[in-house]
Design a protein around this ligand. Structure first.
Ligand code: SME
Length: 160
């Protein structure tokens, strides 16, 4: 069972993006609400698949040097290739990690899946080690489903 505050975030995102009519508006609105969910989230952003690359979209946090990431690069590339959520408890011990900030200690990346295709992903960093739990994963996987549903409604999923 999802906790009440996590469930509230899902509902909040769902309601907020109902009136968003463009991909950027959907993503920007969702990212801000997700970021505000926890003090432990230090960088919250969305990467979208553009051709063979992940391109950074709306984010809250410090500017990242990693604006374009290949599928074989970083934790972001790993999650998009695996088409699965990846949680890294200690980014300093993970050779795949591409650093956005030197203070980042843990990270979660949740793919936006539609009909077996990865459309993009939510990437969240924390300055606290092992910050992301199965509860974050469960909540964010529902949030991405809500985002993909809205993108589909406004004809922004492409490819089908
Ligand atoms: N840490 C990510 C790169 C994105 S920045 O953190 C915003 C990775 O390893 O793929």
């Amino acid at each position: 069972m999802m906790s009440a505050d996590r469930h509230r975030l899902v509902v909040r995102v769902k309601n907020a993006i109902k009136s968003a009519g463009t991909e950027q508006e959907v993503l920007r609105t969702a990212v801000q609400l997700i970021h505000d969910f926890s003090d432990g989230y230090s960088w919250t952003g969305i990467y979208m698949m553009r051709g063979d690359y992940l391109e950074v979209g709306p984010y809250v946090g410090a500017p990242t040097p990693h604006t374009r990431i290949g599928l074989n690069q970083g934790i972001c590339g790993a999650a998009a290739s695996l088409k699965q959520t990846v949680i890294v408890d200690d980014v300093t011990a993970d050779p795949r990690f591409l650093a956005c900030s030197l203070t980042t200690r843990s990270e979660i990346v949740v793919p936006l899946m539609h009909n077996g295709r990865c459309l993009g992903e939510i990437d969240i960093d924390s300055d606290r080690p092992a910050f992301f739990t199965a509860d974050d994963k469960d909540m964010l996987e529902v949030v991405v489903a809500v985002i993909v549903e809205r993108l589909n409604q406004i004809g922004q999923v492409g490819g089908d």
